[in-house]
Structures are given as C-alpha cells and as structure tokens.
Design a protein around this ligand. Structure first.
Ligand code: SDX
Length: 427
C-alpha cells in the first residue's frame, strides 16, 4: 500500500505522508496542510481524526477487539487483577511480583485523605450528583498535594499517579456515603485494592463487613474492563487539559466531568433508568425500540451504539456473562435483566439497528451488576470513573512524556463578515 497521498487543489499538488500503526492502521499526516495550501480539515466529533500516536490501548471496532498493551481484554479479565492492569497500563509491562508488591505499597502509602477535604464534602447537599462531588474533590486534591501539581520528572509523575490511585477510591466512596447520609470510612491496608474500596463504600459504623468473594471478583473484573479505551471523550479531555501542562488532578477532574455525560459514561445510569421505565411501563420493549427509531423523538436506546465499535463491544459480551453468573450466585432474580435481554434481542433483529451497526456497549449490562451489588444508581458513573482512572493516568503520562504540543484545534468561521460599530442611538 502507498505511504503517501497526493492532494490536488487549485492547480497545485501536495504530497502527504501516510503513517502505518503497529496493527496496520493508516493515517494521513496533515500537519503541513495549512502552511502549504491554506486549507484546514473539518471533522465534527473527530470521527475521522487521530489526535496522537499511542502505545497503550488498541481497539478494532469492526472486529470488536480490545487490548491493553497488546494483551486481549478477554485474557486480562479472566486471568489478571485490576491492580495488575493499573500497572500494565501505566508502566507498559506486566509486573513481576516484587514490582507489583512495591506498586501496591506505594499506593497504600497514599490511601488516606486530608480531613480538611471532609469540610468540602460537607458543604455539598446530600442531593448533589456524586459525579459533580467527585470532580470537585479530585480538583481540590491539588491544594492538599502541591508536589503533585507541576510534574516533570518520571519520579514526580509516578508520585502523582500513586497518590491519586490511593486517594481516588476514598473520595469515590465518600460520594456514596454522602448520598446515603453515612459517616465516611477509612482505608484498610490489610485489604486488596478492590476489597478496600468495597469496605469504604459499605462498612457500617461498629460493624465488621463480610467480604463476599463473588462481589469483589465482579468489581475487579468490571474495573479491568473499564480501565482504558484509547481516545474516548473523557480520555481526550484529560489529554487536552493536560496538554496545557495543567496538573494531573486538574486534568483528571475534567475527565470526570466529561465522563458524566449520558452519551458517555453517564449511559450506565441512563440504561438502568431506561430499563426501570420500560418495566414500569409494562415491559413492552418493542414500544421503546420504536421510540428510539422515531426521529421526532429524542429518546435513544441507552447502552446501545458506539462511535468505534460497529460490532459487539467485547466488554459487553464479558459483562453479560458475568451479569448472569453474579445474579445467580447472589440468588437475585432481577426482572430488568430479562427486559435487557429482550431489548437486546429485539434491537439486534431490527433493521434500523442492524443497518446502523448499533450493538450493546459496555454500559448496557454493567448497571445491572452494580444494582445487584446495592450500588445506588447515581453512583454508577462514579464506578466507571474508578475503573477508568488508571487509563486516564496512563494516557496523561504518555501525552506528557511524548511532549505533545498544547491542543488547539482550528475552526471554519461562518459568522458575520467585517462590519463597523453602530452607536446605540442608530440601532
Ligand atoms: C461509552 O468512545 C468510547 O470509547 C466510549 C466508551 C469508553 O469506554 O470510554 O466506550 C464508553 O461512552 C459507551 C457509549 C455509551 N453511550 C450510550 O450508550 C448512549 C447511546 N448511544 C448513542 O448516543 C451513540 O451511539 C453514541 C453517542 C455512543 C455514538 O454516537 P455517534 O458515533 O456520534 O453516532 P451518531 O450519533 O452519529 O449515530 C449514527 C446513527 C444516527 O441515526 P441516523 O442519523 O444515521 O439516522 O445511529 C443512530 C443515530 O440517531 N443512533 C441511535 C443510537 N445510537 C446511534 N439510535 C437510537 N439509539 C441509539 N443508542
């Protein structure tokens, strides 16, 4: 295949190089375009535009494949652990046992949060959406950890990463405790990362919390599946904000806000609300499929469709199986699981969805598991953020290490041409 394209415009020709990725993807380098022709490219939503080269995550939307640092998600979900995947994403290789032990110890060194942050938490009404609280508390970490703001050395960056990995589950748990009107919990170094997060969320004052291995394993698997997803909306936000050399906590806080949107990570909350609405409406899935197809109706089938996957989202396949297993092991018979399966079957047989290659995505079944684990619905996207944190950190680190220039897209101006000011008495 050619390693260049020729652009012909206005009687001139411009040769543009074509780069090839390690999985044989091709990209036209347009960095010389405006200087040579005065032209810019337009690509709303960046559907055809690559923002960077990256060695972290690869996904093949046509084949429905996803891998972290070359390891298929199916193998990682089955054989790895969330902490090991954190290390893999951030460091680039699977850790030896001593490397993993030190990584865990470094994270545990930071798994407490300044009591002054509780004053910020207390200032929020209990009705505040947890994602707004989490974004605020994460940004506030900058004030309590100044050494983690201006990171330039590998050592500084590592310290900022393990500081955030240690404190984030504590802040995330506070969001749930606030919603439920419960006192906050503190980390327990004797527990693994996910077990510690589980006790932060659920341990009641004066009571020991029995660790259900089924629940811990389900959360560990869900976090692995959410850990990174190349240049999605929230990750691109983290990279863009970080490209101005804003600190890691400020960049991650912006990613949390981007993830909150119902078209992105907020979809897991919207899926459950949709399934509950269908159940309360009598369970007629075809009626809701027809609503989703109606161009005059803004309703979309939440948890369906994806910018990149035009085949099954491999994470949805894994989560669907895990969903069945967990509900069976916990002895939960949740009618909305049957509604979800009926909705999926009907949609996958409907020409509208087939033609547009709309399949269940990562958010379609994850909420059913969170609901089974007694996680409040408005906390679902916080759970997504806990899983996505190592990916955001790894991508931010790569952006800084590769000296990406500050992100500053161009535009096509379509407003008023030049005109003179008109004094108010003449308007
Ligand atoms: C995540 O990017 C990532 O990697 C994200 C993520 C990650 O891990 O970071 O995978 C996580 O955000 C998953 C997506 C969660 N969002 C939802 O489930 C919300 C519902 N889905 C859609 O809104 C939509 O599918 C998007 C936002 C996910 C993708 O939208 P695109 O790529 O911009 O596609 P589009 O809006 O241009 O839709 C193309 C067509 C349109 O119809 P036509 O104009 O061609 O007639 O498909 C239709 C859309 O109306 N369509 C849907 C639909 N999704 C797309 N119609 C009904 N229901 C839907 N869910």
């Amino acid at each position: 295949m050619s390693d260049k394209v020729i652009l012909k415009y206005d009687g001139k020709e411009l040769e543009l190089a074509v780069s090839t990725g390690s999985m044989d993807e091709k990209a036209i380098d347009v960095s010389s375009l405006r200087g040579a022709t005065g032209l810019i490219t337009m690509d709303p939503g960046y559907k055809n535009t690559g923002a960077c080269e990256s060695k972290i995550t690869f996904l093949d939307g046509e084949e429905g494949k996803l891998s972290y640092r070359g390891y298929p998600i199916e193998q990682l979900a089955e054989k790895s652990s969330f902490v090991e995947v954190m290390y893999l994403l951030i460091k680039g290789h699977l850790p030896t046992q001593p490397e993993l032990d030190k990584f865990v110890a470094d994270i545990n060194e930071h798994n407490y949060v300044s009591e002054d942050l509780i004053k910020i938490l207390d200032a929020f009404p209990s009705s505040a959406h947890p994602m707004g609280v989490l974004a605020s508390l994460t940004s506030a970490l900058s004030a309590f950890n100044p050494k983690c703001v201006n990171v330039n050395s590998e050592e500084d960056l590592y310290r900022a990463a393990v500081t955030l990995l240690g404190k984030f589950p504590v802040l995330a748990s506070w969001c749930q405790r606030k919603t439920k009107g419960l006192p906050v919990n503190y980390s327990n170094d004797q527990l693994g990362y996910v077990e510690n997060f589980y006790q932060l969320l659920f341990k009641k004052p004066g009571q020991e919390l029995a660790m259900n291995p089924v629940v811990v394993d389900a959360l560990d698997k869900l976090f692995i599946l959410h850990a990174d997803h190349e240049q999605n909306c929230s990750t691109s936000t983290v990279r863009l904000v970080g490209s101005s050399h804003a600190g890691l906590f400020a960049s991650i806080s912006s990613g949390i806000s981007a993830l909150w949107g119902p078209l992105h990570g907020g979809a897991n909350q919207a899926v459950i609300e949709m399934l509950e609405a269908i159940k309360n409406d009598g369970g007629d899935v075809q009626k809701w499929i027809d609503k989703a197809k109606d161009k005059n109706d803004p309703f979309r089938l939440m948890g369906f469709g994806h910018r990149v996957y035009k085949n099954f989202d491999p994470r949805a396949r894994i989560i669907k199986v895990a969903c069945d297993n967990i509900l069976e092991q916990l002895g939960i018979d949740d009618p909305i699981l049957e509604i979800a399966k009926g909705l999926e079957k009907a949609a996958l047989e409907d020409e509208y969805f087939v033609e547009r290659k709309l399949y269940p995505n990562v958010d379609f079944y994850s909420g059913i598991i969170y609901k089974a684990l007694d996680i409040p619905t408005e906390m679902f996207t916080v759970m997504f953020a806990v899983g996505r944190l190592p990916g955001w950190i790894a991508q931010w680190k790569e952006m800084r290490e590769t000296n990406q220039p500050i992100g500053r897209p161009r535009q096509l101006y379509t407003g008023e041409p030049d005109r003179d000011y008109v004094p108010v008495e003449n308007r």
